[in-house]
Design a protein around this ligand. Structure first.
Ligand SMILES: [Fe+2]
Length: 220
């Protein structure tokens, strides 16, 4: 992975397949079938979609489903991955204390879904890919311009991460807008774990917009 010195974008890849238990593919697929698939309204504060986009169709496995259905993954998030994040960032890294958004799965099924252009409220984001896509599509597009808005602008100048099963990356999604492209193949499925991490200078609570929890969970 190339590090871009112009914007100090840090995308650090680790292959963590050896951390997975036997049968992990079946575990992940089973939980992903219970994802909530629907049109999600653009995320307040954090969306970087063009003005005319009101909804994005996608799938979400909520944090509680991850904790109950994939306890090994939840444990990796709070322990081993924390060490890797600290190594990548060269400073102490903390997981989310609030289990409602610490680790979730994003799921795209078929070739119509994508993920929203947005920035993250947390200073360090971990993405762990569980699927490969031989037909292409599903790439993570990370804008080099922190001010980029909408798919067209993000596509104009970006770094690209192709999903590879077992690959874990850390990047600054707080500064750089990003989104996931649609898949190419009609029957393909993209599954990625999304993890919120925090630094001591940018701790949980300091950067999360007031009202975001109310929007997402119906409670602060
Ligand atoms: Fe993000």
């Amino acid at each position: 992975m190339l590090l871009d010195s112009r914007v100090r974008l840090r995308v650090t890849p680790f292959d963590v397949t050896d951390q997975f238990p036997e049968g992990w593919q079946e575990d992940i697929s089973a939980v992903a079938t219970h994802a909530e698939f629907r049109d999600f309204p653009r995320t307040p504060f954090l969306s970087r979609e063009a003005a005319d986009v009101t909804h994005i169709t996608r799938g979400r496995v909520h944090a509680i489903q991850v904790q109950q259905g994939l306890p090994w993954l939840y444990k990796l998030y709070r322990h081993r991955f924390l060490e890797l994040a600290s190594a990548a960032w060269r400073e102490p890294i903390d997981p989310a204390l609030d289990d409602r958004y610490g680790i979730v799965l994003n799921v795209q099924r078929g070739n119509k879904m994508r993920f929203e252009c947005h920035v993250d409220s947390n200073p360090v984001t971990g993405l762990l890919f569980f699927t490969d896509h031989l037909a292409g599509g599903g790439e993570l597009v990370i804008a080099r311009d922190p001010k980029a808005v909408g798919v067209a602008e993000l596509e104009r100048d970006h770094d690209l991460v192709r999903p590879r099963a077992g690959q874990l990356i850390f990047f600054d999604g707080h500064t750089y807008p990003h989104y996931a492209r649609t898949l190419i193949a009609e029957h393909d499925v993209r599954i990625v774990a999304v993890m919120n991490f925090y630094t001591r200078s940018c701790p949980e609570g300091s950067t999360r917009p007031a009202g975001l929890n109310q929007h997402l969970f119906g409670a602060d």
